[in-house]
Design a protein around this ligand. Structure first.
Ligand code: CUA
Length: 313
């Protein structure tokens, strides 16, 4: 890859990235050559045909076949090259290999959920095997989002009421950033995640142990870890700061006024309901924007979160 694309693009870490970068570089270099040629021609002709005396008269030129064919055929050839190159790359990107490892992705305002074959769900962390194609089948729970991994050069819109998919293969174990690239509301710019590519063996170990990895933790520590891991802290602070949702500080056992005037005590049942069915009751002064964690948090994880919230008095 030449210097220009190294300067302009992040490291290419997927098997399809080289093709994408090569086309990008071709379009860029061609544009630069054309820009330079046109600029030189403008300067040269302005000088060559400058007015020398008052008798200068421009001859009437109706057409010039040679010139017209040249300026039609050269761009046509360039466009056809870009089209066929782009089309074949596009088809490769759209067609996932049959043996691809599948992960289901659910976008919610404002987090990413990744569902694996064994039922495990991770939030804002996508774990994949390296040296194997991975296919993501994606949908949104609410508004339009877009899944983008710059290092892999893959991007796809994620929509409510319909599935979209993309695939990639990375041969280097490591981490890459995931961005949401469709404006989806207040916390759009924080809707980031990380993809962790593991060797096949490490990936299998991770998948086997991930679900039970936090079972033995101290409940308060586990609750705090779950708050971070599930991106709750994107919208709820632990220190009284008002974010998108109410702060966790002083929440436990407080009397809360709901949007409809109802007064509720923030006990175990209220917290559990707020996690699993967040729109059942809305705290006065806040918007009903929280996604449900039904299916992604177990009962014992919710218990741990409650234990942690009790400590934030
Ligand atoms: Cu989700 Cu922007």
């Amino acid at each position: 890859m030449n210097r220009l694309s190294e300067y302009m693009l992040p490291p290419a870490k997927s098997v399809t990235a080289e093709t994408t970068d090569a086309l990008f570089t071709f379009i860029n270099n061609t544009s630069l050559i054309l820009l330079a040629g046109i600029t030189v021609a403008i300067i040269y002709f302005s000088w060559k045909y400058r007015r020398r005396s008052d008798d200068d008269v421009t001859p009437v030129i109706s057409h010039n076949n040679k010139l017209e064919i040249t300026w039609s055929v050269i761009p046509l050839i360039l466009v056809l090259i870009v089209f066929s190159w782009g089309f074949s790359g596009y088809m490769d990107l759209r067609t996932a290999p049959d043996d691809a490892y599948e992960v289901k992705v659910i976008a919610k305002s404002w987090l990413w959920e990744f569902h694996y074959e064994n039922g495990y769900v991770s939030v804002n962390e996508l774990h994949v095997p390296a040296e194997r194609p991975v296919k993501l089948v994606m949908r949104s729970d609410d508004v339009l989002h877009s899944f983008y991994v710059p290092d892999y050069r893959v991007k796809m819109d994620v929509l409510p009421n319909r599935y979209t998919s993309l695939w990639f293969q990375t041969n280097e174990p490591g981490e890459s950033i995931i961005h949401c690239t469709e404006y989806c509301g207040r916390n759009h710019s924080n809707m980031n995640a990380t993809v962790f590519a593991h060797s096949q063996e490490d990936f299998e170990t991770w998948l086997e142990t991930a679900a039970s990895a936090d079972d033995d933790m101290d409940p308060v520590e586990r609750g705090e870890m779950l708050i971070t891991r599930n991106a709750c802290d994107t919208c709820h602070s632990a220190d009284g700061t008002r974010l998108v949702g109410p702060t966790f500080e002083g929440l436990w056992m407080s009397e809360r006024e709901m949007e409809d005037g109802e007064i509720v005590t923030a006990d175990e049942n209220y917290i559990r309901e707020s996690i699993l069915d967040p729109n059942a009751r809305i705290t006065a002064g806040y918007d009903p924007v929280m996604p449900s964690y039904q299916g992604s948090l177990s009962d014992s994880q919710i218990d741990a979160i409650i234990e942690y919230l009790k400590t934030l008095q």
